[in-house]
Write a protein that binds this ligand. Structure first.
Ligand code: 13P
Length: 246
């Protein structure tokens, strides 16, 4: 039985006062829940959010990490630094980083290795664009992303994978539960070819316009083990409802 996992990706949103109100209200609303849960604020707020989460079971994560351990790399933040600041999770290969920072699968493989070395649990994001889906290429695109990023990974046990169809991110369009389930089952098969031992225990998250109104039917699918939530994670009531639905 896989424990559900729900991760908040705040993206480039937040400010000290907003963060404090958001986290305080979210924790107050969070009642009985079974899921593992983590918040990923912008890196400058990681220490603040670490303080706010101190007396809760909610974990802390980062939205990205460097592919290099240490050195003269202005502006970069290493996996080791994130671990040092209390992060347990790190998002790797979000489509916005692939798109705006030209992150390749080879670069993501290096980031995953760094995360692993620093004892951070990575969430690798994969997903196709609208054009790729319409051209019937969705599965091949996702398979190439998985093989490119995971080919050299030595330990799959701490990994999670998020399927985030690019056309569903921030658009209000969600993959139907059936579409999402079909791709999740496909991802589990691809992982089985890479590491047969971990495929069953690997947690696969869906991301793309997850809201309280669609979370339960997504989570009811056999291979959907949780969610990576953008916009709705900035609303304490909405995010608490999604975590409770998992
Ligand atoms: P939205 O939930 O805003 O669609 O964002 C999804 C996402 O990109 C999470 O990483």
């Amino acid at each position: 039985m896989r424990q559900p996992l729900v991760i908040a990706n705040w993206k480039m949103h937040g400010k000290s006062a907003f963060n404090e109100a958001l986290v305080t209200e979210f924790l107050a609303l969070l009642k009985a829940y079974r899921a593992e849960c983590a918040l990923c604020p912008p890196s400058v707020y990681i220490e603040q959010v670490a303080g706010l989460l101190r007396s809760s079971n909610v974990m802390l994560g980062a939205q990205d990490c460097s592919h290099i351990a240490e050195g003269a790399y202005t502006g970069e933040v290493s996996a080791e630094m994130l671990r040092d600041c209390g992060c347990g999770w790190v998002i790797v290969g979000h489509s916005e980083r692939r798109q705006y920072h030209q992150e390749s699968d080879a670069l993501l493989a290096a980031k995953l290795a760094m995360a692993q070395r620093a004892d951070l649990k990575p969430v690798l994001c994969v997903g196709e664009t609208q054009e790729q889906r319409e051209a019937g290429e969705a599965e091949q695109v996702v398979k190439t992303q998985l093989q490119g990023a995971l080919g050299d990974l030595s330990d799959f046990r701490r990994l999670a994978i998020a399927y985030e169809p690019v056309w569903a991110i921030g658009t209000g369009l969600t993959a139907s539960p059936e579409q999402a389930q079909a791709m999740h089952a496909f991802i589990r098969e691809v992982v089985r070819e890479l590491d047969a031992r971990s495929a069953e225990s690997l947690r696969l998250l869906y991301g793309g316009s997850v809201k309280p109104g669609n979370a339960a039917e997504l989570f009811a699918q056999a291979d959907i083990d949780g969610a990576l939530v953008g916009g709705a994670s900035l609303d304490p009531e909405a995010f608490a409802a999604i975590v409770s639905a998992a």
